[in-house]
Unconditional design. Structure first.
Length: 527
């Protein structure tokens, strides 16, 4: 045998793991808390590209533009799913591994904790003076009465008490600490499941709605629509939403603590009909007061101005007439936008520039807005002709792709044509191209409609996470042991108490002393 051989001739024979052994080893590695923390860190790192790079599900136009500007690295990143991070296989793999790791880690611990809560506290050590915290006292009473009083005191303090013999007590409390820890991790699983449900069966759609216009909840009416993998857009509930008035209030004084031009309130006054043919009912949408709509919730995410512009050809026929949204760029709502006239002939027309709610011309900054409210509105535009949508590429409604457009010049010069219009004014375009008229100004509301079936599970789990974390941080896991012995002379009882804490607990000596003090306190003062 190997043990009979000289030491230098002995060989170490290590056990060999079969398929089942390897699976058990991999499962234990996956379900360890260290692996769960590493996967949580990996998930946070994997989510970083989603906040740095444009995502197709949020802004397809910006994503396309980014790929065109970065023709070398862009296709490589696109191949690995960096522009659809949250729908990519590698992100889903980390997500699922984290879920499996937490389940395999938390569920066995929960079962063990349940058994520990039902089990009796450990036996009282024979020599309590060896414990880190201990105290003694002599009480003028018999041992049986002392034990009964201490049992009552410990139970009032939420300790589970058990007596293994007639001269000692074992008590344990603070199970809520481990319970809170497990609740935290179980609630984290709930958050993961809730987010997954919202991603798979949820959807989000954004729409820019000018005053007086009606939105019907159909796919073609959304400016952007991001459905989950298992969402059928044909199943959208057919409600309608009409924007009667978009009201915005700004600070108009600098007296006291007021800041001139600061937003004070935004309110969208709407009418909603839950079903086709139903009489619309009035409602309001505020920034922090969304509106419940059939199948989702409507949020007010933005607002701005939509100048009403009419473009006619040389014969006076209307080529374009609509309220065109312009996107605010600063606190005074200096807004950029584009007016696209594909019906113009022989070449399509496009206008881009600024809308100024309270217009002014600065020597250093050019056209500016002095106040966010529409006190002196003006449009400042430059004009182009050519092809508005080269190659059929998607474009933002606020910008104009000038790659295949030619900028119009002032007649007889090489300077770009600049058009300054105030409400009611008309400008005649050079070369018999027609006219453009600034009719009026309307406001628009940026409304986001979302359906998230997992939001209540996510919210409830998040609240449970906070409660569990507080319990695990504030509650102390303690064991208190009591041993009594009669004093030979005088009928007194020697009481020895000792305590153990799961973690460092500087308050353990005070706990033991208060237990002893309860023996000499009056019945009404015991706690």
């Amino acid at each position: 045998m190997a043990r009979d051989l000289p030491r230098k001739d002995r060989t170490i024979v290590q056990p060999r793991l079969g398929p089942v052994g390897w699976l058990r080893f991999l499962w234990r590695q996956l379900t360890s808390m260290r692996t769960a923390l590493l996967l949580l860190l990996a998930l946070a790192v994997a989510a970083l590209p989603g906040s740095v790079l444009p995502q197709r599900s949020i802004d397809a136009t910006r994503t396309t533009a980014w790929l065109e500007e970065h023709s070398t690295i862009g296709p490589v990143l696109d191949r690995f799913g960096f522009f659809s991070v949250y729908a990519s296989p590698w992100f889903a793999a980390i997500y699922l591994l984290l879920f499996v790791s937490l389940v395999g880690c938390v569920l066995p611990r929960s079962r063990q904790h349940w058994r520990a809560m039902r089990a009796a506290p450990p036996r009282t050590p024979k020599r309590l003076e060896r414990l880190p915290a201990h105290a003694t006292a002599t009480v003028e009473s018999d041992p049986e009465t002392v034990l009964a009083a201490l049992r009552s005191t410990l139970r009032r303090r939420r300790y589970r008490v058990h007596a293994y013999d007639e001269s000692s007590l074992s008590a344990e409390g603070g199970y809520l600490k481990e319970t809170g820890n497990l609740v935290f991790h179980l609630a984290l699983l709930g958050v993961i499941v809730g987010v997954a449900i919202g991603h798979i069966w949820g959807w989000k759609g954004d729409v820019i709605l000018p005053q007086g216009q009606t939105f019907a909840n159909t796919l073609i009416r959304y400016d952007t629509f991001s459905p989950g993998p298992w969402v059928d857009p044909d199943d959208l509930r057919p409600f309608t939403l009409t924007l009667d008035r978009m009201e915005a209030r700004f600070e108009e004084t600098t007296k006291g603590s007021g800041q001139f031009g600061t937003p004070r309130d935004f309110t969208a006054y709407v009418k909603i009909a839950d079903q086709p043919g139903e009489t619309p009912r009035p409602a309001t949408i505020k920034v922090n007061q969304p509106l419940s709509v059939p199948g989702g919730t409507a949020f007010l995410l933005g607002n701005g101005y939509a100048p009403v512009v009419t473009v006619k050809d040389a014969k006076g026929e209307v080529l374009y007439h609509d309220a065109t949204p312009f996107l605010a760029q600063d606190n005074n709502y200096k807004s950029v936008g584009a007016i696209k006239v594909p019906a113009a002939s022989p070449k399509e027309l496009g206008f881009t520039g600024f809308f100024l709610p309270t217009a002014s011309l600065s020597d250093s900054e050019g056209p500016v807005s002095l106040f966010p409210d529409a006190l002196k509105p003006a449009l400042v535009l430059t004009a182009y002709e050519g092809t508005l949508a080269p190659g059929g590429r998607p474009q933002s409604v606020y910008t104009l792709d000038t790659s295949e457009l030619t900028q119009l010049k002032k007649p007889g010069t090489t300077q770009p044509l600049t058009i300054w219009l105030e409400p009611g004014q008309t400008y005649t375009l050079p070369g018999g191209r027609g006219t453009i008229t600034f009719d009026s100004v309307e406001r628009f509301a940026g409304i986001s409609i979302r359906h998230d079936p997992g939001k209540w599970l996510t919210l409830g789990s998040a609240l449970l996470m906070v409660a569990g974390l507080l319990a695990s941080l504030l509650v102390r896991r303690r064991r208190v042991f009591v041993r009594v012995s009669p004093v030979e002379a005088g009928g007194s009882t020697l009481v020895t108490v000792g305590g153990l804490a799961k973690d460092d607990d500087e308050g353990m000596p005070d706990v033991l002393q208060s237990v002893l003090d309860s023996l000499t306190a009056a019945p009404g003062e015991r706690r």
